[in-house]
Design a protein around this ligand. Structure first.
Ligand code: AMP
Length: 216
Protein backbone atom coordinates (compact mmCIF):
# COMPACT_ATOMS: atom_id res chain seq x y z
CA UNK A 1 0.00 0.00 0.00
CA UNK A 2 1.01 3.63 -0.37
CA UNK A 3 -0.01 6.88 -2.03
CA UNK A 4 0.31 7.22 -5.81
CA UNK A 5 4.00 7.68 -6.62
CA UNK A 6 5.25 6.04 -3.41
CA UNK A 7 6.94 3.40 -5.56
CA UNK A 8 4.45 0.51 -5.25
CA UNK A 9 4.81 -0.60 -8.88
CA UNK A 10 8.60 -0.31 -8.96
CA UNK A 11 9.05 -2.12 -5.65
CA UNK A 12 6.48 -4.81 -6.43
CA UNK A 13 8.31 -5.70 -9.66
CA UNK A 14 11.62 -5.99 -7.80
CA UNK A 15 10.13 -8.01 -4.96
CA UNK A 16 8.44 -10.57 -7.19
CA UNK A 17 11.83 -11.08 -8.87
CA UNK A 18 13.50 -11.57 -5.49
CA UNK A 19 10.80 -13.65 -3.78
CA UNK A 20 9.10 -15.35 -6.76
CA UNK A 21 5.43 -14.76 -5.93
CA UNK A 22 2.82 -13.80 -8.54
CA UNK A 23 2.17 -10.04 -8.94
CA UNK A 24 -1.39 -8.68 -9.14
CA UNK A 25 -1.68 -4.93 -9.71
CA UNK A 26 -5.27 -3.67 -9.71
CA UNK A 27 -4.21 -0.57 -11.69
CA UNK A 28 -2.53 -2.75 -14.37
CA UNK A 29 -5.57 -5.03 -14.54
CA UNK A 30 -7.88 -2.00 -15.00
CA UNK A 31 -5.58 -0.46 -17.63
CA UNK A 32 -5.58 -3.75 -19.58
CA UNK A 33 -9.40 -3.80 -19.42
CA UNK A 34 -9.45 -0.22 -20.79
CA UNK A 35 -7.05 -1.12 -23.57
CA UNK A 36 -9.36 -3.98 -24.62
CA UNK A 37 -12.02 -1.39 -25.48
CA UNK A 38 -14.76 -3.20 -23.49
CA UNK A 39 -17.78 -1.46 -21.95
CA UNK A 40 -16.37 -2.32 -18.50
CA UNK A 41 -13.05 -0.72 -19.50
CA UNK A 42 -14.85 2.47 -20.51
CA UNK A 43 -16.59 2.59 -17.17
CA UNK A 44 -13.29 2.18 -15.30
CA UNK A 45 -11.65 4.90 -17.42
CA UNK A 46 -14.14 7.52 -16.25
CA UNK A 47 -13.12 7.07 -12.59
CA UNK A 48 -9.41 6.63 -13.28
CA UNK A 49 -9.02 9.74 -15.42
CA UNK A 50 -10.79 11.81 -12.75
CA UNK A 51 -8.35 10.51 -10.11
CA UNK A 52 -11.22 8.85 -8.22
CA UNK A 53 -11.39 5.35 -6.84
CA UNK A 54 -13.37 2.81 -8.85
CA UNK A 55 -16.50 1.79 -6.82
CA UNK A 56 -15.98 -1.11 -4.40
CA UNK A 57 -18.51 -3.51 -6.02
CA UNK A 58 -16.66 -3.34 -9.35
CA UNK A 59 -13.19 -3.61 -7.78
CA UNK A 60 -14.11 -6.52 -5.52
CA UNK A 61 -15.68 -8.47 -8.39
CA UNK A 62 -12.70 -8.01 -10.70
CA UNK A 63 -10.04 -8.58 -8.02
CA UNK A 64 -11.75 -11.59 -6.40
CA UNK A 65 -11.59 -13.33 -9.75
CA UNK A 66 -7.95 -12.29 -10.32
CA UNK A 67 -6.95 -13.57 -6.85
CA UNK A 68 -8.76 -16.86 -7.44
CA UNK A 69 -7.16 -17.32 -10.87
CA UNK A 70 -3.68 -16.76 -9.38
CA UNK A 71 -4.00 -18.88 -6.27
CA UNK A 72 -0.78 -20.79 -6.96
CA UNK A 73 1.80 -22.30 -4.59
CA UNK A 74 4.18 -19.30 -4.78
CA UNK A 75 1.75 -16.91 -3.11
CA UNK A 76 0.63 -13.47 -4.22
CA UNK A 77 1.82 -9.90 -4.03
CA UNK A 78 -1.19 -7.58 -4.20
CA UNK A 79 -0.32 -4.10 -5.46
CA UNK A 80 -2.91 -1.31 -5.24
CA UNK A 81 -5.61 -3.53 -3.74
CA UNK A 82 -7.29 -3.27 -1.24
CA UNK A 83 -7.70 0.52 -1.21
CA UNK A 84 -10.79 0.88 1.01
CA UNK A 85 -11.89 -0.79 4.25
CA UNK A 86 -14.79 -2.47 2.37
CA UNK A 87 -12.31 -3.97 -0.11
CA UNK A 88 -10.07 -5.15 2.75
CA UNK A 89 -13.05 -6.85 4.41
CA UNK A 90 -14.01 -8.59 1.16
CA UNK A 91 -10.42 -9.76 0.67
CA UNK A 92 -10.26 -11.05 4.26
CA UNK A 93 -13.40 -13.11 3.70
CA UNK A 94 -12.08 -14.54 0.45
CA UNK A 95 -8.70 -15.43 2.00
CA UNK A 96 -10.36 -16.99 5.05
CA UNK A 97 -12.61 -19.21 2.94
CA UNK A 98 -9.63 -20.21 0.75
CA UNK A 99 -7.61 -20.84 3.97
CA UNK A 100 -4.82 -18.56 2.75
CA UNK A 101 -3.10 -16.33 5.34
CA UNK A 102 -2.15 -12.71 4.76
CA UNK A 103 1.54 -12.65 5.77
CA UNK A 104 2.33 -8.97 5.64
CA UNK A 105 0.99 -5.56 4.72
CA UNK A 106 3.73 -3.29 3.39
CA UNK A 107 2.93 0.42 3.61
CA UNK A 108 5.27 2.71 1.66
CA UNK A 109 4.92 6.25 3.03
CA UNK A 110 5.88 9.26 0.92
CA UNK A 111 5.39 13.02 1.22
CA UNK A 112 3.13 14.94 -1.18
CA UNK A 113 5.99 17.00 -2.69
CA UNK A 114 8.06 13.90 -3.48
CA UNK A 115 5.05 12.09 -4.92
CA UNK A 116 4.05 14.92 -7.28
CA UNK A 117 7.60 15.27 -8.62
CA UNK A 118 7.91 11.54 -9.14
CA UNK A 119 4.58 11.06 -10.87
CA UNK A 120 4.77 13.93 -13.32
CA UNK A 121 8.17 12.62 -14.56
CA UNK A 122 6.98 9.03 -14.78
CA UNK A 123 6.97 7.20 -18.14
CA UNK A 124 6.66 3.55 -19.11
CA UNK A 125 7.24 1.29 -22.07
CA UNK A 126 3.95 0.37 -23.78
CA UNK A 127 5.62 -2.85 -24.99
CA UNK A 128 7.21 -4.43 -21.86
CA UNK A 129 5.88 -2.22 -19.03
CA UNK A 130 9.35 -1.17 -17.79
CA UNK A 131 9.11 2.00 -15.67
CA UNK A 132 11.29 5.10 -16.06
CA UNK A 133 11.56 8.59 -14.57
CA UNK A 134 12.80 11.36 -16.85
CA UNK A 135 15.00 12.80 -14.04
CA UNK A 136 15.73 9.94 -11.63
CA UNK A 137 15.75 6.84 -13.87
CA UNK A 138 15.95 8.13 -17.45
CA UNK A 139 16.28 5.80 -20.43
CA UNK A 140 19.76 5.67 -21.99
CA UNK A 141 18.52 7.13 -25.26
CA UNK A 142 16.20 10.16 -25.19
CA UNK A 143 12.69 8.81 -24.57
CA UNK A 144 12.67 5.26 -25.91
CA UNK A 145 12.70 2.00 -23.94
CA UNK A 146 16.23 0.62 -23.32
CA UNK A 147 15.03 -2.92 -24.06
CA UNK A 148 12.38 -2.51 -26.79
CA UNK A 149 13.39 0.72 -28.55
CA UNK A 150 9.77 1.96 -28.66
CA UNK A 151 8.69 5.46 -27.54
CA UNK A 152 7.84 5.71 -23.82
CA UNK A 153 4.33 6.85 -22.86
CA UNK A 154 2.82 8.78 -19.93
CA UNK A 155 -0.29 7.57 -18.08
CA UNK A 156 -3.36 9.72 -18.66
CA UNK A 157 -3.82 10.13 -14.89
CA UNK A 158 -0.22 11.23 -14.22
CA UNK A 159 -0.86 14.97 -14.64
CA UNK A 160 -0.47 17.24 -11.58
CA UNK A 161 -4.21 18.00 -11.19
CA UNK A 162 -5.21 14.34 -11.30
CA UNK A 163 -2.35 13.41 -8.95
CA UNK A 164 -3.65 15.88 -6.33
CA UNK A 165 -7.08 14.26 -6.62
CA UNK A 166 -5.58 10.76 -6.29
CA UNK A 167 -3.65 11.88 -3.20
CA UNK A 168 -6.86 13.18 -1.61
CA UNK A 169 -8.57 9.85 -2.35
CA UNK A 170 -5.63 8.04 -0.74
CA UNK A 171 -5.74 10.14 2.44
CA UNK A 172 -9.52 9.84 2.82
CA UNK A 173 -10.25 6.30 1.68
CA UNK A 174 -7.02 4.28 1.82
CA UNK A 175 -5.24 5.54 4.98
CA UNK A 176 -8.03 3.99 7.12
CA UNK A 177 -7.11 0.58 5.66
CA UNK A 178 -3.72 0.82 7.43
CA UNK A 179 -5.53 1.26 10.76
CA UNK A 180 -7.86 -1.59 9.84
CA UNK A 181 -4.89 -3.96 9.47
CA UNK A 182 -3.19 -2.54 12.58
CA UNK A 183 -6.33 -3.26 14.60
CA UNK A 184 -6.80 -6.75 13.16
CA UNK A 185 -3.19 -7.57 14.01
CA UNK A 186 -3.18 -10.78 11.98
CA UNK A 187 -0.68 -9.74 9.33
CA UNK A 188 2.68 -8.13 10.02
CA UNK A 189 2.37 -4.37 9.35
CA UNK A 190 5.58 -3.10 7.75
CA UNK A 191 5.93 0.68 7.38
CA UNK A 192 8.64 1.94 5.05
CA UNK A 193 10.02 5.43 4.29
CA UNK A 194 9.27 5.81 0.57
CA UNK A 195 10.94 9.23 0.27
CA UNK A 196 14.27 7.38 0.10
CA UNK A 197 15.91 6.29 -3.17
CA UNK A 198 14.39 3.18 -4.84
CA UNK A 199 17.37 0.91 -3.98
CA UNK A 200 17.22 1.89 -0.30
CA UNK A 201 13.45 1.29 -0.23
CA UNK A 202 13.96 -2.17 -1.81
CA UNK A 203 16.58 -2.99 0.82
CA UNK A 204 14.32 -1.88 3.67
CA UNK A 205 11.35 -3.92 2.42
CA UNK A 206 13.47 -7.00 1.70
CA UNK A 207 15.03 -6.87 5.18
CA UNK A 208 11.60 -6.54 6.80
CA UNK A 209 10.14 -9.44 4.77
CA UNK A 210 13.14 -11.63 5.57
CA UNK A 211 12.53 -10.90 9.25
CA UNK A 212 8.91 -12.03 9.20
CA UNK A 213 8.20 -14.42 12.07
CA UNK A 214 8.60 -18.05 11.03
CA UNK A 215 5.47 -20.14 10.66
CA UNK A 216 3.35 -17.51 8.97
P1 AMP B 1 -2.69 2.67 -9.72
O1 AMP B 1 -2.05 2.18 -10.97
O2 AMP B 1 -2.60 1.68 -8.59
O3 AMP B 1 -2.22 4.04 -9.32
O4 AMP B 1 -4.27 2.81 -10.04
C1 AMP B 1 -4.72 3.71 -11.04
C2 AMP B 1 -6.19 4.04 -10.82
O5 AMP B 1 -6.98 2.85 -10.91
C3 AMP B 1 -6.52 4.64 -9.46
O6 AMP B 1 -6.33 6.04 -9.41
C4 AMP B 1 -8.00 4.27 -9.35
O7 AMP B 1 -8.82 5.10 -10.15
C5 AMP B 1 -8.04 2.88 -9.98
N1 AMP B 1 -7.79 1.81 -8.96
C6 AMP B 1 -6.74 0.93 -8.92
N2 AMP B 1 -6.87 0.08 -7.88
C7 AMP B 1 -8.02 0.42 -7.25
C8 AMP B 1 -8.71 -0.08 -6.10
N3 AMP B 1 -8.21 -1.11 -5.38
N4 AMP B 1 -9.87 0.53 -5.74
C9 AMP B 1 -10.39 1.56 -6.45
N5 AMP B 1 -9.80 2.08 -7.54
C10 AMP B 1 -8.63 1.52 -7.94
Amino acid sequence: MGPPGAGKGTQAKRLVEAFGMAHLSSGDIFRAERASGSALGEKLAGYMDAGELVPDELVVEIMAKAVQDNDGPTGLMLDGFPRTVAQAEALDEQLASAKRPLDAVVVIRASDAVVVERITGRRSCPECGKLYHMTFMPPADDSVCDDCGVALTQREDDTEDVVRQRLAAYRQQTEPVVDYYRRRGEAELIEIDGDKAPDDVSQDITAALNNLPLGR
